[in-house]
Design a protein around this ligand. Structure first.
Ligand code: SF4
Ligand code: SF4
Length: 280
């Protein structure tokens, strides 16, 4: 019998570029060169393969970096909504500090029924943030704000995922880290870029940057891989979804599963970056 591939959510990552400079960014946007942005052709190919491989998906997402910096965001959303009958809701994550462009605004309005904007409020660039909220309010766009500043931060603030170094954990320790992680307990924060589908942003970024050993079709699925058939990719994805852990968890503090309040930090502390590349 065919095994069903069911995912709660998956996010396309058009780009790792960001206008902010957060010290503990899970995608290391301020600390690493951004790599290649996703092209529209790549987005089309990615979406087609995702919806060939995955039987049920609740939430299709676009995240980053800061997606509103991405010049081809509107055509990318257009491509996503060609599959509107295959997902329940569409979520776009933003820091709310980049002005809404007209082309993006128009396409959001066209798909209001399924669209939710997730906005992290870091208490930064408040004038731009307030203007952003005013515009979406005026147009009845569904949104949620996650408060990430002041004393009452969402989830008590952020955790530090640490440097990309191996902790040499045993399989039993890796399993414990994996199963206690918030990214896993919510069904996975699955992300895709460069044809790679990963469990979480940390794994995607660390593998693309070469810090985490690349074990394709074991720790992540390479949907562009020409050496494996669709059936083989499906089997590998099914196994990864039901895995006990993946190697990336050895290159992570694993603190996202912590109950220790001393391991929570104020979100979005802005820090001078080693690499900071944004669109002109
Ligand atoms: S807003 Fe901060 S956490 Fe989000 S992508 Fe940009 S640098 Fe990273
Ligand atoms: S523990 Fe594993 S799943 Fe959790 S954030 Fe780290 S790499 Fe991702």
């Amino acid at each position: 019998m065919k095994k069903e591939i069911i995912l709660k959510r998956i996010a396309l990552i058009p780009s790792f570029r960001c206008n902010l400079n957060c010290r503990l960014c899970i995608s290391s946007s301020p600390n690493l060169p951004p790599g290649n942005d996703m092209t529209i052709e790549e987005a089309k190919k990615t979406l087609k393969l995702i919806f060939t491989l995955i039987d049920k998906l609740e939430l299709l997402q676009i995240s980053g970096g800061e997606p509103f910096l991405f010049k081809e965001l509107a055509p990318m959303i257009f491509e996503c909504f060609k599959y509107a009958d295959r997902f329940e809701k569409f979520m776009l994550f933003t820091n709310g500090t980049v002005p809404l462009r007209d082309d993006v605004f128009e396409i959001i309005k066209q798909h209001k029924d399924k669209f939710i904007l997730f906005i992290s409020n870091y208490g930064l660039h408040t004038e731009r943030f307030n203007a952003f909220i005013k515009t979406i309010n005026k147009n009845s766009i569904t949104y949620r704000i996650m408060n990430y500043h002041g004393d009452d931060q969402y989830f008590g603030g952020w955790v530090d995922f640490g440097e990309y170094v191996s902790y040499n954990r045993t399989p039993a320790m890796l399993s414990k880290v994996f199963h206690s992680c918030g990214q896993v307990q919510c069904g996975g924060c699955w992300q895709v870029q460069n044809g790679q589908i990963h469990w979480c942003p940390r794994s995607l970024r660390g593998t693309l940057a070469g810090f985490i050993p690349s074990r394709k079709n074991i720790d992540y699925i390479d949907i562009f891989d020409t050496e494996t058939t669709l059936d083989e990719k499906r089997t590998a994805l099914y196994e990864l979804i039901h895995a006990d852990y993946f190697l990336g968890c050895d290159y992570c503090t694993g603190d996202m599963g912590t109950n220790d309040p001393t391991k929570r930090y104020p979100a979005a502390e802005q820090k001078v970056a080693r690499h900071r590349v944004i669109y002109e």
